[in-house]
Ligand binder design. Structure first.
Ligand code: GDP
Length: 319
């Protein structure tokens, strides 16, 4: 049976992830998710990207807000504010229950992988989701005059600061789940899909874990990435703002080059058709298709196209 691994951050990754789950069963698809955004707030352990994927796959995500859980109430936050608690990170009541349970299970000695599996299962999601590390790795952003934790930069300060560089504290000592590393060598692995997530804030933290980067670079199965940049712009979030601040060319080609040495194939949006030749010249196969995922149909069609691309590259790799 052919198996696939989807590497994901939050919103962009979860969109394609949902499409993939409409085609592949839980025996065929697993996820590897960024935990560089994880932090402790109001006494609880929060894993934003894992939760975005979990809420998306379980059908519990809040469509209006674009984050958090549907059918949410805010009694905790109101009361917390009254008591002098910080309210820049909005914790809804249902969402808080997830973080409390995660914290309780972690405190009882379970690993983040085990806790994530338990939470997914309780919310009816059968797909395996590996965190990139069992130990803490924290994304931090250097601005002109300060070093900010990811959530202070992203949520509290709404990405207002100019980014000078990004670091992943703890990545040297990171402990990726052992069975994750073994999965890269599974003879049934038919493709690794780097979802259209922010390359600098969502995928780089994962790649900062040396054994994961090595496993990806040595992977026998084809590795492909989908561009989160369409026509020189990010669809949502600060990807293109960060690229400008890091003095990078605002182009999907920059993302393809960023993954140089790791990917065999790159998926470009139809609006970026003119970049095909330049990317192919670097030795990377290119597929052009609609990558804008507004509807469930868009997500499923893109997932199907991406899987076919993987299969074709796999045939080439195997001669
Ligand atoms: P975050 O952790 O919640 O910021 O989410 P991700 O890192 O997973 O996703 C953010 C990226 O997803 C941004 O760079 C967006 O441009 C990209 N993105 C969001 N929606 C789409 C889409 O429909 N198509 C494509 N190609 N990229 C998307």
């Amino acid at each position: 049976m052919k198996k696939f691994l989807a590497i994901s951050g939050g919103v962009g990754g979860a969109k394609l992830g949902l499409g993939l789950t409409k085609i592949l069963s839980e025996d065929q698809l697993s996820f590897l998710v960024n935990t560089g955004d994880d932090f402790k707030h109001a006494g609880v352990n929060i894993s934003p990207d894992i939760d975005t994927l979990m809420y998306t796959l379980s059908g519990l995500s809040n469509q209006e807000l674009g984050w958090g859980r549907a059918d949410e109430s805010w009694a905790f936050l109101d009361s917390f504010k009254t008591l002098g608690g910080e309210s820049w990170f909005q914790l809804g009541d249902r969402d808080l229950a997830v973080h409390l349970r995660r914290t309780e299970l972690l405190d009882s000695g379970q690993s983040l992988s085990e806790v994530t599996a338990e939470l997914f299962s309780r919310l009816g999601v059968k797909y395996r989701c590996w965190p990139m590390s069992e130990s803490k790795v924290s994304t931090k952003v250097y601005t002109d005059d300060s070093l900010l934790s990811f959530q202070h930069y992203f949520v509290r300060d709404h990405c207002a600061h100019e980014v000078k560089s990004i670091v992943f504290d703890g990545s040297e000592q990171a402990q990726p789940p052992q069975d994750l590393i073994e999965y890269f060598n599974d003879p049934d692995l038919a493709g690794v899909i780097i979802c259209p997530s922010n390359p600098y804030l969502s995928i780089d933290p994962i790649l900062s874990v040396k054994s994961i980067r090595r496993a990806l670079a040595c992977c026998v199965a084809p590795v492909i990435a989908i561009s989160p940049i369409i026509n020189g712009e990010s669809v949502k979030g600060p990807t293109s703002k960060i690229m400008a601040e890091l003095k990078l060319e605002l182009s999907a080609k920059t993302v393809a080059m960023h993954y140089d040495g790791l990917i065999n194939g790159f998926v470009l949006d139809t609006l970026d058709q003119q970049l095909v030749g330049e990317i192919e010249d670097t030795g990377c196969a290119v597929l052009v298709t609609n990558t804008m995922m507004n509807t469930l149909d868009d997500k499923t069609v893109l997932a199907q196209t991406v899987l076919e691309f993987c299969n074709n590259l796999g045939d080439l790799k195997c001669g």
